[in-house]
Design a binder for this molecule. Sequence first.
Ligand SMILES: Cc1ncc(COP(=O)(O)O)c(C=O)c1O
Length: 379
Amino acid sequence: MPESTPTSDYGTLRPPTRVLMGPGPSDTPPRVLAALGLPTVGHLDPAYLELMNQTAEMLRRLFRTQNRLTMPMSGTGSAGMEAAFVNVLEPGDRALVAINGVFGTRMKDIVERCGCECVTVDVEWGQPVPPDAIQKALSQGPFKVVAVVHAETSTGARSDVEAIGRVVKELGAGALFIVDVVTSLGGIPVEVDAWGIDVCYSGTQKCLSCPPGLSPVTFSDRAAEIIATRKTKVQSWYLDLSMIQQYWGEERTYHHTAPINMTYGLNEALRLVFEEGLENRWERHRRLSEKLRQGLAEIGLSLLGDPEYSLPMLNAIVVPNGVDEADVRKRLLNEYNIEIGAGLGPLKGKIWRIGLMGHTAREQNVVYLVAALREMLRR
Ligand SMILES: Cc1ncc(COP(=O)(O)O)c(C=O)c1O
C-alpha cells in the first residue's frame, strides 16, 4: 500500500483576497462565485442542455448578433483566437493581420501555424489601427481573412472596428472579418452584425467578470458555410467547430466533456450583464475610467496615447521618470492587496496597465487605488 499523505501537510487552501486592477482577470462577483459551486450535472443532462441554449442566446444578445453559430469554447480567450483562425483557414490561404500590440503578433503566429501566408499592417504600439492603413494593404489581396484586435490589452488602444469593417466590406473582395473582442466585450460597444464582423471571440475573465476558462465565439452564416465546405480537416481536433457545433446544435453529439460549472458561472455573469443593462455597463466603465484618470492626473500621472482611442477598461499610465515601476507594483500587491499590470514588449518598464473591468469597475476601487498610489509616490 502506498503511504498516503495527510492533506494537512499541504496547509490550507486560502488564496488572498485581492483587488484585481490589472489586465485581467477582474474581480469575480459573489453571485458568479456561488454559481460555480452549484451541483455538477452530466454534459448530456436535459437540465444542462437547456442551460446551454440559454447561455448561447444570452451570448447572441451580448455580441449583438443573430448568428446561429454562437457558443462558449472550452478554454481561455486564446482558445477563441485559435478557433477563429483554424476553422476558416486552410493551408495556402492568405491573411491580412493588423499588429499594434501583443495580441496581433499572436494572430500572425496562428495564421502561419495553419500553413498560410500572413501579410501584416504594422502600427506603432499604443496607437489604434488606422482604417486607411487597412485600405492600402487590401491592394495586396486577395485575402481569405482580415483580422484586427478591437481592444489591445497590451497597450490600452481601441481601434475603430466599425470604420475598418466598412473598408473590409467595400474593398476586401469577400474576405472574412475577424475581430478580437476579448477585452472590449461587455465594457464598450461591440456590434457584430452592424459592423460586418464575420468571426468574433472573447474571454470570460475581463469585462464579464467570470473566472478564466471559457471563450465566447460567434461565426456568421458566411463563415459557417466556409467551415462546412472545407477541403481539408481543421488543423486542431479540439477546436474543430464542424464537430463541436453538433454538440451545441440539435444533434447533441458528444465531442468533449463540457466544463459544466464554468457554464454556470458564465450564465450567471451574463444575467448580471443584462440585469444591469449593456448600455449602463458601458457607461459605468466610461465614468469610472474618467474618475480614475482625473484622480491620477491630480497626483501627476498621465495616460499614454490619445484619450479618444484609449480603453476605459485598460488604462495605460506613463511611469514617471525616476520611479521604479516594478517596486510600485510589488508594494501595491503586498501592502494594499491591489494588483495592477506591467507594460509589455516595447512598453515594458514604461507604463502601468490599470484595469477597470466588469465587477472591478467600482467607485471604491478607484478611490482606493488613487489613494494608495498617492501615498506611495509621496514616500
Ligand atoms: C486582446 C486579447 N486577446 C487574447 C487574449 C488571450 O486570452 P487568454 O489569456 O484568456 O487566453 C487576451 C488576454 O489577455 C487579450 O487581452
